[in-house]
Write a protein that binds this ligand. Structure first.
Ligand code: MOS
Length: 747
C-alpha cells in the first residue's frame, strides 16, 4: 500500500477551494423561498423585570409579520441543559417578564426583509423595574459557594506547604473572554406543517435536534438539523442557544421560514463566553527544586440561575508534575451576566496560566532555569498511582522545542537580554490536554465509477475533519483522497458525537477506518469468489489494494480495479455501515451520544502534551509588548494531516497570545453592561500581532487510541498565555499576574 500512503502528509483542505472561491454554502446562505428575517430586541438592564413593552408601532411598520415578546411567545418545553443535554442555558428569555442579564432577548421582530425587521425592532418600547446587579466576578467573591470537582487530593497539602523550605503563594486573575468567530451565530428554521428543518452553524447537530425536539415538543424524527460549514466557533456553537429555539418557534407560529442572525454585539450576551477566574496557587519545594506540594484554589463565575462549572480548570495542576501532595478548592460566584460556556481549552487555558506562571516564579526564586525545573519534576507516572500514561512524549517536546528555539542561549536574569531600547524576554510553559473517545458511526459507499462517499454526522469548523476523514478512507481503500466525498453536518447522516473536546479524529477517524476496512474486505471477497476475476480463488488476506486496484500477491500486473469488478457484476455500489465504541464502554454511552444527549466521552489514560517557547520584545520607554519569536513542540499522537494539524496548533497559540496580551470583555459597572462588543474594542490578534509560529509535532502513537491519534484541537492554547507572561517577566522584571498584560502593567 506504500504508493497510496496519504496519512501523515500535509494535504490541502479538501473544501479549501470551495471556501476561498465563495462556493461553500454557510448556513445563512441556504437558499430558502419566502424567507422572513428576525431581529432581536435586547434588554438594557442586567437584572429585574419588564413592567411594560409596547409593540404596536413595530407591528404596524412595513413588512412586519409578527413581534414576539414574553406576552405572546408560546411556552417552551423543558430540556436538559449541558451536561447532559444540549441547551446552552436553563434560563429561557421571552418566557416571563424576568431579566437575568443585559443583552437578553426580550422581543423578536419578524419581517420580510432584514432592514424592515431592524427598523421595526427600533420601535419597540420597553419599561423596566431594575433590581440590584453584580456584574463583575471580583464584586461577587463574598457570595461564592463550594463545588466538588472530580480530582483526588493527595497527601497533606497544608502541612506540606507549611513545612516547605521554598514557597510561592500568588494570586492570578483572568478576565471574561469571548469567542468571536467570524461567522456569526445564525439559524434558519423551516416548518412545513409536520417537519422542522434548521440550518445553523453548530458543532453538534444531534444535540440541537435533541434540544429542539424537547423544547417544541416534537419527536426527534420531526427535527432535522443541518450544519455543513461552521465559520469558526471555538466552543460557542456547541449548544442550542435561545436564538435557535426562538427562531424554530417563530417559523412554526407563522408558517413561514425564519432566519435570525445575531449581531456582533448580541454575540456578547447570547452564546456564552470563557468564565473569568480568580486563582491562588501555592507551591512548596525543596532547596534544589523538587516539588513537594501544589495547592490551587479557584473561583469562577456563573449566573445566579444555574451553575456553570469549569471542570478542567484544575486538571493540569492535578497531573502535570511529579508532586506528592496536591490540594485544591473550587468555588462559583453568582454574577448577573449570561451563562459562560466552553471556549477552546475551557478551564485548562485559565488554570495553566496560573500554574505555569507559579512554576516560573519558583524557578526565579530558586535561580533555576525554568526548563530544568520542569524536567526535574517530570511526572513519569499518573500522580497518585504507579501507573504510567499510555504515551507521553513531553520530554521530547521540551528538548526539541528548546533546541529549535535556542533556549540554551537564555541568560537567567530579567532585563539581561536587552537590545538597545528593546527589552528581550524568553519564557516557556507546558501544554497538556486529555485524549477522549466517543462512540460514532459512519457509512461508506463505493460507487461503480470508483468514487467514494463517507457519511457521518460530524462538523467542519476549520478543524480539518473533512480532510482527515477523506485521507483515512482513501488510505484504507488504496485510492486518492480526491475520489472521496465526505458528507457531514446533518442529523440524517449516521450518528456521531459533538465535535468538541479535541476528540473527533481519534473517535470518528477510527470509525471511518473500520467502515472502509469493511468495504475493502467486501470488494476483495467479491473478487476472489468471482471466477471471471483475475483474482479468482486467491486467498483474500493476501490481496492488497493500491491505486484503486486489488492486486495479486504474486504479480502486481494481475488484478482489477473496483470499477471493473462492480461493472462486470452489474452493481451500482458497495455500501457498509459500522458503529464503534471506545474500549470498555457500555451501551449507555452509545445511546446517549447517538441521541444527542451527552457531550461526555471516555477519557483515556493519555494526554497530548506540548512545550511553548516564546520571545517578547518590550519597548523600555513605551512599554509596548510584541511577541517576536515562537516555537511550540507537541505530542499529539499520530498525525493524520501535518498541515491541518499544525494549523490547529498555531490557531491555539494565537488565541493564547490574544489571551495574554489583548483580549478582555469589559463591563461598565455603573451601567452593568458590556462596553466593548465589537472587534474594534475587543481586540483579537491580527497578523501584525503574531510572528511566524514554528509549531511542530514530535512523532508518537498512542497504543490505547485505536488510530494512535490523540488530541490536537485545543492543546496549542494550553499554557500559551503563561509562556507569554513568563517572557514578559524575563524581559522586564515585572511579574504580571492579571490578564491581559498591557503596557501600563510593565511601565
Ligand atoms: Mo471546544 S471548547 O471543545 O469547541
Amino acid at each position: 500500500m506504500s504508493h497510496d500512503t496519504v496519512i501523515g502528509k500535509p494535504l490541502d483542505r479538501v473544501e479549501g477551494h470551495q471556501k476561498v472561491t465563495g462556493q461553500a454554502q454557510y448556513s445563512a446562505e441556504t437558499p430558502i423561498a419566502n424567507l422572513t428575517h428576525g431581529v432581536f430586541v435586547e434588554s438594557t438592564i442586567a437584572h429585574g423585570r419588564i413592567t411594560d413593552i409596547q409593540t404596536q408601532a413595530a407591528e404596524n411598520a412595513p413588512g412586519v409579520h409578527a413581534v414576539f415578546t414574553h406576552r405572546n411567545t408560546p411556552e417552551i418545553g423543558e430540556t436538559e441543559v449541558l451536561t447532559p443535554g444540549a441547551a446552552g442555558q436553563k434560563f429561557l428569555p421571552m418566557q416571563s417578564d424576568r431579566i437575568e442579564y443585559a443583552g437578553q432577548h426580550i422581543a423578536l421582530v419578524i419581517a420580510d426583509t432584514l432592514e424592515q425587521a431592524t427598523y421595526a425592532a427600533s420601535l419597540v418600547d420597553v419599561q423596566y423595574e431594575a433590581d440590584e446587579a453584580v456584574t463583575a466576578l471580583e464584586d461577587a467573591l463574598d457570595q461564592a459557594y463550594d463545588i466538588e470537582l472530580p480530582f483526588e487530593p493527595r497527601g497533606d497539602p497544608d502541612q506540606s506547604f507549611a513545612d516547605a523550605p521554598v514557597k510561592i503563594d500568588a494570586k492570578y486573575t483572568t478576565p471574561v473572554n469571548h469567542h468571536n468567530p467570524i461567522e456569526p451565530l445564525t439559524t434558519t428554521a423551516v416548518w412545513d406543517g409536520k417537519q422542522l428543518t434548521v440550518y445553523t452553524p453548530t458543532q453538534w447537530v444531534l444535540g440541537t435536534q435533541y434540544a429542539l425536539a424537547d423544547q417544541l415538543q416534537l419527536s426527534h424524527d420531526q427535527v432535522r438539523v443541518v450544519s455543513k460549514y461552521v465559520g469558526g466557533s471555538f466552543g460557542c456553537k456547541i449548544s442550542c442557544w435561545p436564538h435557535t429555539t426562538l427562531a424554530a418557534l417563530a417559523t412554526r407560529e407563522l408558517d413561514r421560514p425564519v432566519n435570525v442572525e445575531l449581531t456582533r454585539a448580541q454575540m456578547y450576551s447570547s452564546n456564552g463566553y470563557r468564565t473569568p477566574s480568580n486563582q491562588r496557587v501555592r507551591v512548596g519545594a525543596s532547596e534544589d527544586g523538587e516539588l513537594a506540594v501544589l495547592i490551587h484554589d479557584a473561583v469562577t463565575q456563573t449566573p445566579p440561575t444555574e451553575d456553570w462549572v469549569e471542570f478542567s480548570l484544575l486538571s493540569a495542576t492535578s497531573m502535570l508534575y511529579e508532586c506528592p501532595d496536591f490540594g485544591y478548592s473550587y468555588q462559583l460566584a453568582p454574577v448577573n451576566m449570561s451563562k459562560p460556556t466552553f471556549m477552546r481549552a475551557p478551564g485548562e487555558a485559565q488554570g495553566t496560566f496560573a500554574l505555569e506562571s507559579a512554576i516560573d516564579e519558583l524557578a526565579v526564586k530558586l535561580e533555576m532555569d525554568p526548563l530544568d525545573l520542569r524536567l526535574e519534576n517530570y511526572a513519569e507516572t499518573i500522580q497518585g498511582t504507579d501507573l504510567s500514561w499510555s504515551s507521553k512524549a513531553l520530554r521530547s517536546c521540551y528538548q526539541q522545542g528548546a533546541n529549535r528555539f535556542g533556549w540554551n542561549r537564555r541568560t537567567h536574569q530579567p532585563r539581561s537580554m536587552r537590545n538597545g531600547d528593546q527589552l528581550i524576554g524568553w519564557g516557556m510553559a507546558t501544554a497538556t490536554y486529555p485524549t477522549v473517545l466517543s462512540p460514532a458511526s459512519a457509512r461508506i459507499q463505493l460507487a461503480a465509477d470508483g468514487s467514494v462517499r463517507v457519511q457521518t454526522a460530524v462538523h467542519e469548523m476549520g478543524n480539518g475533519v473533512r480532510t482527515a476523514l477523506a485521507m483515512i478512507a482513501a488510505e484504507t481503500l488504496g485510492i486518492s483522497p480526491e475520489r472521496v466525498d465526505v458528507e457531514i453536518g446533518d442529523t440524517t447522516l449516521p450518528k456521531s458525537p459533538d465535535t468538541s473536546g479535541s476528540r473527533t479524529t481519534a473517535s470518528v477517524g477510527h470509525t471511518v477506518q473500520t467502515v472502509a476496512t469493511a468495504v475493502r474486505s467486501k470488494l476483495i471477497d467479491l473478487a476472489v469468489s468471482d471466477e471471471d476475476s483475475p483474482l479468482s480463488d486467491i486467498s483474500p488476506e493476501k490481496i492488497t489494494v493500491e491505486r484503486g486496484r486489488m492486486i495479486s500477491p504474486d504479480d502486481s500486473e494481475m488484478g482489477e480495479t473496483y470499477q471493473e469488478l462492480l461493472q462486470r457484476q452489474g452493481r451500482d455500489h458497495i455500501e457498509e455501515y459500522r458503529e464503534t465504541v471506545p474500549p470498555g464502554t457500555d451501551d449507555e454511552l452509545k445511546q446517549q451520544t447517538f441521541s444527542g444527549h451527552n457531550v461526555f466521552a471516555l477519557p483515556l489514560e493519555s494526554h497530548s502534551y506540548g512545550a511553548h517557547f516564546c520571545e517578547v520584545t518590550v519597548d523600555a520607554d513605551l512599554g509596548s509588548i510584541g511577541v517576536t519569536q515562537y516555537v511550540g513542540a507537541f505530542d499529539g499522537g499520530r498525525i493524520i494531516n501535518q498541515k491541518t494539524a499544525e494549523s490547529q496548533l498555531r490557531g491555539g497559540i494565537i488565541m493564547g497570545i490574544g489571551m495574554a496580551l489583548l483580549e478582555a470583555t469589559i463591563t461598565d459597572s455603573e451601567r452593568d453592561h458590556i462596553v466593548n462588543t465589537d472587534l474594534e474594542e475587543y481586540i483579537v490578534p491580527t497578523n501584525a500581532d503574531v510572528p511566524h509560529i514554528d509549531a511542530f509535532f514530535v512523532e508518537t502513537e498512542d497504543p490505547d487510541s485505536p488510530l494512535g491519534v490523540k488530541s490536537v484541537g485545543e492543546v496549542g492554547m494550553v499554557g500559551a498565555a503563561a509562556a507569554v507572561a513568563n517572557a514578559v517577566y524575563h524581559a522586564t522584571g515585572t511579574r504580571v499576574r492579571s490578564l491581559p498584560i498591557t503596557l501600563d502593567d510593565v511601565l
